[in-house]
Design a protein around this ligand. Structure first.
Ligand code: NAI
Length: 245
């Protein structure tokens, strides 16, 4: 129970990787404030899973792309839980198409949620952690942000931006003992990648010949959130079965 008494904010905690992250952090003893976009039923399912652990857990509906809405929700979380010790920026979407047919709104919507969304959350969390002089920030990027990907100009740009944001915040907050790292997953089996599951061309690109599990990403988040990772900051850790090496 290395995270006993800590409070974690996890965006996109209603399903997929975010849900697994909530469960892993609760297993380690953290209280959970999960943020989701709109599917209350899925958020309730995650809360049900968290009820197995002796931690506090609440779900908040919030569009992280909206600055004022995010400000109100994070302020409410801080008031209700008393601290914010771990922040996992995991909310994300794709809107894949080749550049030729990508509309400006396909680009801006993805960047607004994946990148500006993390900024909006961190704008509120940063002063809380800076004042506490402790905290762990974990941003969920993607191998697409490292390698680029045809059909993902918008998504890859947002995820590469998240890496730049991670390293800049790591440098700003290191003197206060706060760590900020990014995780770059490859193909992880969730709703987001349903269309790619078991496709031979996908499997051929992965040396381990399988997609990752949300729980495998969650274990890495739990490690980075723990005191075992106190000297790791500004790092980008791939978790991709060897795909991007
Ligand atoms: P998912 O589609 O299953 O879940 C996305 C989550 O983000 C949901 O909980 C949803 O409520 C939330 N969300 C979406 N828009 C939001 C908004 N405007 N405000 C607040 N919450 C919002 O996706 P998955 O696969 O679990 O992905 C989670 C993160 O991991 C994303 O950032 C994704 O880009 C990243 N990732 C996923 C990979 C994969 O293969 N599944 C690979 C690399 C990165």
């Amino acid at each position: 129970m290395m995270l006993n008494g800590k409070t974690a904010v996890v965006t996109g905690g209603s399903r997929g990787i975010g849900r697994a992250v909530c469960v892993a952090l609760a297993q380690a003893g953290a209280n959970l404030a999960l943020i989701y976009a709109g599917n209350a039923e899925k958020a309730e399912e995650t809360l049900q899973m968290l009820s197995e652990y002796p931690v506090q857990a609440k779900a908040y509906r919030c569009n992280v792309a909206d600055f004022e809405e995010t400000k109100a929700v994070i302020t409410e979380i801080h008031k209700s839980f008393g601290s914010i010790d771990i922040c996992v920026n995991n909310a994300g979407i794709t809107r894949d198409k080749l550049m030729l047919s990508m509309k400006p709104e396909d680009f801006s919507t993805v960047v607004d949620i994946n990148l500006t969304g993390a900024f909006n959350v961190l704008k509120q969390v940063y002063p809380v952690m800076a004042k506490q002089r402790s905290g762990k920030i974990i941003n969920i990027s993607s191998v697409a942000g490292l390698m680029g990907n045809a059909g993902q100009v918008n998504y890859a740009a947002s995820k590469a931006g998240l890496i730049g944001m991670t390293k800049s915040i790591a440098k700003e907050l290191a003197p206060r003992g706060i760590c900020c790292n990014a995780i770059a997953p490859g193909f992880i089996a969730t709703d987001m990648t349903e269309a790619f599951q078991d496709k031979p061309e996908v499997m051929n690109a992965i040396p381990m010949k399988r997609m990752g599990k949300p729980e495998e990403v969650a274990a890495l988040v739990a490690f980075l959130a723990s005191p075992m990772a106190d000297y790791i900051t500004g790092e980008v850790i791939r978790i991709d079965g060897g795909m991007a090496m």
